[in-house]
Design a protein. Structure first.
Length: 272
């Protein structure tokens, strides 16, 4: 199967932080996750993919085409991003979602066509946001705003959907709901998904490919079973964890223990 995303020897960043020699291959139709500690470079990698941060060296291919040759409009027709914070206060949900059609219009024509309305409605129904269409974005809860953000990104009809921590600030019901919607889009429409996610258990459960980033470099990439090992987690997060398999899905699940519990275990072992 061909790759949706192919990153070769990528170096980019800021004066005090660099992503170094990043190589990633993501097959079309993947549901991939980027994990790693705070400040390890996950958002920087997204900025390189969306073109808001220039590359120092290396290249990024989307379906075998170098992103350097894409105009901003081409990029927006092929890659959509859902950011962590959605700011669209006094806009109705429908108007906000319709903004996803902007890359398909000329600079001087912002009038939506019947097709645009139909496409927006389709993705709003799919994400269960059609019922809020006349409400203001500021009247929605965090989870509902995230769903509207996903509807807008889908309205761009991209090949690749990027999500920066789509489940942060959400309770478990909304976390699972958003991930289930994304999983359905991935499986039924073949949409390729790449998301930054901090929750390792959700990453394990939903993603078929994980990229573990640490200090600007890729530590490990592979299936959840290959990446979420006790050793990799301890190396990168400097945290002792227990890994077992989820009894329902068989995917790795991570358990943490408090310092008090770890100390008690150490004391018991020392007495033996
Ligand atoms: N615009 C910027 N200018 C300079 N340095 C930046 C900029 N944005 C981020 N950085 C620095 O780059 C490093 C990586 O940041 P990045 O946002 O990519 O990390 P992250 O893995 O997404 O973190 P988190 O999990 O906390 O969101 C950090 O040290 C950060 O301070």
């Amino acid at each position: 199967m061909s790759n949706i995303l192919n990153i070769q020897n990528l170096c980019c960043g800021y004066p005090k932080f660099q992503l170094l020699d990043i190589n990633i291959d993501i097959p079309k139709g993947s549901f991939a996750g980027i994990i790693g500690p705070n400040g390890s470079g996950k958002t920087t990698l997204f900025r390189a993919i969306t073109g808001t941060l220039g590359l120092k060296s290396g290249k990024i291919l989307l379906s075998d085409k170098n992103l350097k040759s894409f105009s901003l409009r081409d990029r927006a027709q092929n890659i959509a991003i859902v950011s962590q914070f959605i700011e669209a206060g006094d806009m109705t949900v429908e108007d906000y979602v319709l903004m996803g059609r902007i890359p398909y219009h000329s600079r001087f024509n912002f009038f939506e066509t019947d097709d645009d309305f139909e496409i927006a409605r389709k993705y709003m129904e799919m994400t269960d946001t059609w019922r809020f269409k006349d409400q203001l974005m500021s009247e929605l809860s965090g989870g509902e705003q995230q769903l509207a953000g996903i509807a807008r990104a889908l309205t761009q009809q991209p090949q690749l959907l990027l999500l920066d921590e789509p489940t942060s600030h959400l309770d478990i019901t909304h976390q699972v709901h958003i991930l289930n919607v994304l999983q359905q889009l991935n499986q039924e429409m073949g949409l390729s998904v790449l998301m930054v996610i901090h929750d390792l258990n959700l990453a394990s459960e939903y993603c078929d490919w994980l990229i573990l980033v640490n200090q600007g470099k890729i530590h490990t990439q592979g299936t959840p079973e290959e990446v979420l090992t006790f050793q990799n987690i301890e190396d990168v997060y400097q945290t002792v964890v227990v890994t077992q398999n989820n009894p329902l899905s068989g995917k790795p699940a991570i358990f943490l223990a408090s310092q008090k519990v770890l100390k008690e275990i150490q004391e018991k072992l020392a007495k033996k």
